[in-house]
Design a protein around this ligand. Structure first.
Ligand code: ITT
Length: 199
């Protein structure tokens, strides 16, 4: 089997996060026919791995084997230098069961205050995995560095976007037009690598 993604291939996008699904669709720019995991009623697997790469593989594998379609999954998160890289793979869990990222961003701010940190540097990571049903899989990782700012600014993105200013810019990801974020995001950078590997 050759690991090539032909244009127009039906791909199940193995995410239940609408912000992510929208960005992946923008980044893929109509190259594939996308099917949402939710549309197929696929369950949300438990993310038991300790790395972005491990969890992306786990999600892509579960969706591919359950649907019989090639699956694309993203596992991503924010890492804060002064917090030893947290929340990392726990980024979604910091928002609690209500998935409230106001709560998660406040938790980051409070933890930084507790540690008395002055270093506000942070980065986002995205691992993108593609898995063939009962077959092989490929995974890549992209990263964008930046600085945290409080209080949160902008409502254009999702998750931690309102507190993250990418390096070399003044606006937070929450204030940027989606296309601008897509030009530099961790997810877009991972996709450049995926293209090199599979397209
Ligand atoms: P799926 O597993 O169904 O894809 P999820 O939200 O649980 O959805 P993750 O486990 O990968 O996804 O959690 C990553 C969290 O990190 C996500 O919920 C966001 O809050 C945050 N995150 C990831 N990428 C982000 C981005 O581009 N901007 C802001 N926050 C982001």
């Amino acid at each position: 089997m050759s690991l090539v993604l032909e244009p127009g291939t039906r791909l199940v996008v193995a995410t239940h996060n609408p912000g992510k699904a929208r960005e992946l669709a923008e980044i893929l720019e109509g190259r594939f026919t996308l099917v949402a995991a939710g549309e197929l009623g696929l369950p949300e697997p438990e993310e038991t791995e300790a790395t972005f790469v491990g969890n992306a593989m786990l999600k892509a594998r579960a969706a591919a084997d359950a649907s019989g379609l090639i699956a694309l999954a993203d596992d991503s998160g924010l890492s804060v230098t002064a917090l030893g890289g947290a929340p990392s793979v726990y980024s979604a869990r910091w928002a609690g069961p209500g998935k409230d990222f106001g709560v998660a961003m406040e938790k980051v701010r409070a933890r930084l205050e507790e540690t008395g940190a002055t270093d506000m540097s942070a980065w986002f990571t995205s691992a993108l995995a593609v898995a063939w049903p009962e077959g092989p899989a490929v995974v890549v990782e992209g990263r964008v560095d930046g600085t945290l700012t409080f209080p949160p600014r902008g409502d254009l993105g999702f998750g931690y976007d309102p507190i993250f200013i990418p390096e070399g810019h003044d606006l937070t990801f929450g204030e940027m037009a989606p296309r601008t974020k897509d030009g530099m995001s961790h997810r877009a950078r991972a996709f450049v690598k995926l293209k090199a590997a599979l397209l």
